[in-house]
Ligand binder design. Structure first.
Ligand SMILES: Nc1ncnc2c1ncn2[C@@H]1O[C@H](COP(=O)(O)OP(=O)(O)OP(=O)(O)O)[C@@H](O)[C@H]1O
Ligand SMILES: Nc1ncnc2c1ncn2[C@@H]1O[C@H](COP(=O)(O)OP(=O)(O)OP(=O)(O)O)[C@@H](O)[C@H]1O
Ligand SMILES: [Mg+2]
Ligand SMILES: [Mg+2]
Lengths: 252, 252
């Protein structure tokens, strides 16, 4: 079972959009996929038309329920652990127990089985929720928007990943950097791509997700881009990404 | 002294870009302005070319320094309280002292004087740092991107503002909703604008900030859009916003 986190503390770089549509692409290829919404904003849940009020990840973090009690089916190959705004209280409510970064990892080990992929969406921060996701994962996909603040934030993100690897999860590695919201007409976007590929070389996915309004419209219908606009640039890019990831994973 | 927070837990909607360029516009009109970077990402600081390593807001939240000891001049009418990544530790480090939401308010009252405007940039979350900014402010500017997730997140933001007003800061009010990153060619953007103006009426600024690549390029030079591309759509929009805010404030 491959467990990937989507992480980048820079806001609005396409973490949720990537988690949702990559998961859907993998499920359409035939993989059994579970997505976990670890963001109080709950955009992943609402983007798939799922409401977390009758059972959600906050119940799990607060030790009231197990993951298999609240998991929901989206289609026969895709399942979701929904979130709720109340999750915002977790970081200040959790007691100083020494294993507060390992709660999600232990919960996944306990009841999440029989999936090929688990994808975890994280909030735009490097706080306790994102740490839980990084500790529970065997690798991280880092969406990067082709803009300055997004590139600048990578230094801190990589320091945090390194610290998690040293102290909490030695098997954590970077699965890849994904260029998102990419506008081919802008010099800035190409400059960021060139810099990213120069520094991180083949750790940057070949697939680049273009800016495509269909990707921004789909969540208002509670659908993935595949169900909303299957022939759009966004749908083709996320299917291409799914295939690139599968090819790389099969080699290992 | 008017103290405004820029707040919206949705990531990447233009909080920092608005804080920086609105402050610069007000300072060019002749107002004396102080910006406060309350985000561990420190984008406001780096966007103005200021490095917070030798004195920052984390020193103030940790009670090691006062604001007037670390404030820096950007130009003769604009000053900044810079941030640092270390601020990310504040939310879990602060003891359960009963006034943890009021630290920033008390620090501002103590040493920040002789400014016409104080603008506070916040991280993409509704955690303790944003609460400190809301408690310290007399009003909030809410940047809203013309997209579904940004509109959806407003419900929680308004609930949080209402709670802060009831429990911690009775004088807090909404100064206005600002449409940002607006792409006139997209139906989705116009749909979000129509919904926003229908629900919030004249609380939505007349000024709309268009998507303009100059605004995304400027921070890589540590400059505001006024110093980088003074005739760009972005510069004109933020100057228009400054004038609209001044006009509204003078009426009261
Ligand atoms: N390739 C794309 N083309 C067009 N719009 C996109 C694309 N990817 C994402 N979007 C839109 O851009 C906005 C930001 O994307 P998204 O919410 O997925 O980012 P995020 O990193 O999860 O944000 P946050 O930091 O708030 O969690 C959303 O409104 C989304 O619909
Ligand atoms: N009007 C605009 N036109 C073009 N690009 C813009 C505009 N406003 C902001 N940007 C760019 O969009 C990205 C998001 O903006 P910004 O960082 O200001 O948002 P934010 O809400 O502060 O994000 P975060 O939630 O991470 O703090 C940045 O790369 C910025 O340079
Ligand atoms: Mg998200
Ligand atoms: Mg910001």
């Amino acid at each position: 079972m491959k467990i990937y986190s989507l992480a980048n503390q820079k806001g609005g770089v396409g973490k949720t959009t990537t988690c949702l549509n990559l998961a859907m692409a993998l499920s359409k290829i035939g993989k059994r996929v579970c997505v976990v919404d670890c963001d109080p904003q709950s955009n992943l849940s609402s983007g798939l038309g799922v409401n977390g009020s009758s059972g959600n990840i906050y119940d799990v973090f607060s030790q009231r329920k197990e993951l298999d009690e609240i998991i929901r089916e989206v289609n026969h190959n895709l399942f979701i652990v929904p979130s709720t705004f109340d999750l915002v209280g977790f970081e200040t409510e959790v007691k100083e127990e020494e294993k507060k970064e390992k709660i999600l990892k232990e919960k996944i080990i306990k009841t999440i089985k029989n999936f090929d992929y688990v994808l975890i969406d994280t909030p735009p921060s490097l706080g306790l929720l994102t740490l839980n996701a990084l500790v529970a994962s065997n690798s991280v996909i880092i969406p990067v928007q082709g803009e300055y603040y997004s590139l600048e934030g990578l230094t801190q993100l990589l320091k945090t990943i390194k610290k998690v690897k040293e102290l909490l999860n030695p098997s954590l590695r970077i699965r890849g950097f994904l260029l998102t919201l990419f506008d081919r007409r802008l010099r800035l976007a190409h400059a960021v791509e060139a810099e990213l590929r120069r520094v991180f070389k083949d750790k940057v996915f070949k697939t680049v997700v273009p800016r495509s309004v269909r990707l921004a419209e789909a969540p208002s219908f509670g659908k993935s881009v595949f169900d909303y606009a299957p022939n759009s640039k966004g749908a083709l890019a996320y299917m291409e990404l799914a295939k690139e990831i599968l090819k790389g994973d099969e080699k290992k």
